[in-house]
Design a binder for this molecule. Structure first.
Ligand code: GNR
Ligand code: NI
Length: 167
C-alpha cells in the first residue's frame, strides 16, 4: 500500500478529463487500494483518481462514520437525478475552503466494482453529493467552479498565499 500525493488547486492537471477503464485488472485494484488508503489518511469521504494524477474513471467513497464501508466506482454513469439541494462542500484538493454548492438531491449511478462487476446504486444525502463531487473531478471540474468567478479568484489567491507561507 502507498499514500499518493493529492494535487492541489490550482493545478492544470485537475482539469484533465479522465478516460474510461477498458478492463479492470490487478493494477486497477492496486490503484484502488492506494486511493482508499490515501483518502482515509487525509480524512476524506471520497477521492477521484484525477486528484492523484491518474486520469482514469475511478472513484472511491466512504461516507460511514466507522470507515468500513468503502464504495468503488469504475466508469460511473449517472442514470437519473432529481431534486436540488444546497450544502457545504470541501475538497482534499482545495484545503481549508468550504462553500455552498447546489446539486441534485437524489441520484442513481451505474458503475463497475473492483471485480469489474456492474452495479447500480440509488443515493441521497452526503453520498449523493459526494458521487456528484467525484464525478465532477473525473470531468476535470473542481467544486469551486460552481462558484462565482470572483470567489474563484479569491480562493486561488488565498491558496497560493497559504502555500507560500507554509513552504
Ligand atoms: O472529504 C470530502 N468531503 C466532502 C464534503 C462535502 C462534499 C464533498 C466532499 S468530497 C471531499 C473529498 C474530496 O475532495 N473528494 O474529491
Ligand atoms: Ni474533491
Amino acid at each position: 500500500m502507498a499514500l499518493l500525493p493529492i494535487l492541489q488547486y490550482p493545478d492544470p492537471r485537475l482539469h484533465k478529463v479522465a478516460k474510461s477503464v477498458a478492463t479492470v485488472t490487478e493494477q486497477t485494484r492496486k490503484l484502488i487500494r492506494d486511493m482508499a488508503e490515501t483518502m482515509y489518511a487525509a480524512s476524506g469521504v471520497g477521492l477521484a483518481a484525477t486528484q492523484v494524477d491518474v486520469h482514469e474513471r475511478i472513484v472511491v467513497i466512504d461516507v460511514s462514520d466507522t470507515h468500513d464501508n468503502l464504495l468503488v466506482f469504475i466508469n460511473p454513469v449517472l442514470t437519473s437525478s432529481s431534486g436540488s439541494e444546497e450544502s457545504e462542500e470541501g475538497c482534499l484538493s482545495v484545503p481549508g475552503i468550504y462553500e455552498n454548492v447546489t446539486r441534485a438531491e437524489q441520484v442513481t449511478v451505474s458503475a463497475l466494482d473492483a471485480q469489474g462487476k456492474a452495479f447500480t446504486l440509488e443515493a441521497d444525502g452526503l453520498l449523493a453529493i459526494c458521487i456528484q463531487h467525484e464525478m465532477d473531478h473525473l470531468q476535470g471540474r473542481v467544486f469551486v467552479e460552481h462558484l462565482s468567478h470572483l470567489k474563484q479568484t479569491r480562493i486561488r489567491a488565498k491558496l497560493i498565499k497559504q502555500r507560500r507561507e507554509t513552504l
